[in-house]
Design a protein around this ligand. Sequence first.
Ligand code: HEM
Length: 406
Amino acid sequence: MSAVAGIDLTSESFFANPFPTFERLRNEAPVYFFEPYQGFILTRGAEIEALTKSPHFSSRRARELLGGMGLVGEDAASKDMLAAWSGMVFFQDPPRHTLLRQMVMKGFTPAALERFRPQVAALVERALEKGRREGEMDVLSDFAEPIAINAIAELFALPEADRPRFMRWAKDLLKPSGVAVNTDDIRASVRRTSNDMVGYLRNLVAERRAAPGDDFVSQFIAAEDGDPRLAGEAVIQSFQMIGAGFVTSTNQITNTVLALMKHPEQLSQLRADPGLIRGAIEESLRHEPAVLSINRLCVEDTELGGTRIPKGVFVHAMTASANRDPAVFPDPDRFDIARWPNRQVTFGVGAHYCPGASLVRIEVEEALRALLTLPRWELAGRPYNYQGSNFQDRGPTSLHLRFPKA
Ligand code: HEM
């Protein structure tokens, strides 16, 4: 459990570029106990896969995870928040996980999302209108954010006027994940946000139950009403899907554009052969993922990669590092849109594999197709910085792009 000299997984420089740190850990300590988190860090594909398959590691960790962020207390706001989060599919093990997963995935199929593609393309065009006129935009706030929020909002039929509120809520919910920035004010505001959003969705579910539509809130209600084991789940699973589906997609769209800007020869190759677009998306997911890790709670003393893991500790599995594991990806730091095969693990591994993966791929593809109609991209004056002091949202704080006006 000895420290690897100079490793700090909390610093600004780590979040700006975590990959050299991951490389050192893969080589020197692939199962590494990091004191400030009081948890283990995994950096290689083999151990990450073993973690997701082992019954000794649990996803039922809402209380421990929120507790570690100082969000579990005796007050009513804390209790309400914990009750909602504990119900999410994300925080379940079988058999409850299997049941809720079926509920969430029914209808959220690749084929159903494919039928939604034209609507995503329309949202992309709408988001690009102003940029086309002005010849400049912030890819993050002018383009990626409206695409991501409106896509998830249309799937759940959230009223147009309330979408800015959902954007704020989704961003606020991520604030406490940073180990360095937790304050009582942030914690109070996260509890408030979580409970406000659940309260809003409770009203929406009541309205939708009375007047169902062709949307996922209505589908979740139909599932709930058909199975007594699913009582109350339409609210909780809508909360989770809407909460999970905004910041992540926003960052992945922006990261993809930035990755291509940083590798102009790859961008030229894509312009010359648009058939490479899906390869470019997979490579961006591998090389510049919006999410760095998954985590599990150890529920029985065990061993991983030759290291003893005691019951009660968290294991943070760096999927972003597994994506650069040379045992799986030749020349892993090279950004290569023609890379094949590309078994990136950005959407996770195994039973909890991200249900939003098909939606994300459609959003990024439509966004990229539209941006490629602009004949030239240039980074406009302002430099970009990476946001984040957590493993859940990685992307630049802004990305100003300039291009010829339409
Ligand atoms: C680039 C964007 C995204 C990334 C990188 C991402 C990543 C992930 C990962 C790694 C997991 C597995 C967590 C685990 O094993 O504990 C996951 C689960 C999940 N994601 Fe995503 N996600 C993205 C977008 C979305 C979107 C758009 C939605 C909703 C529409 C969504 C909804 C969920 C849900 C509900 C789960 C829990 C599934 C379960 O536990 O069975 N995600 N995501």
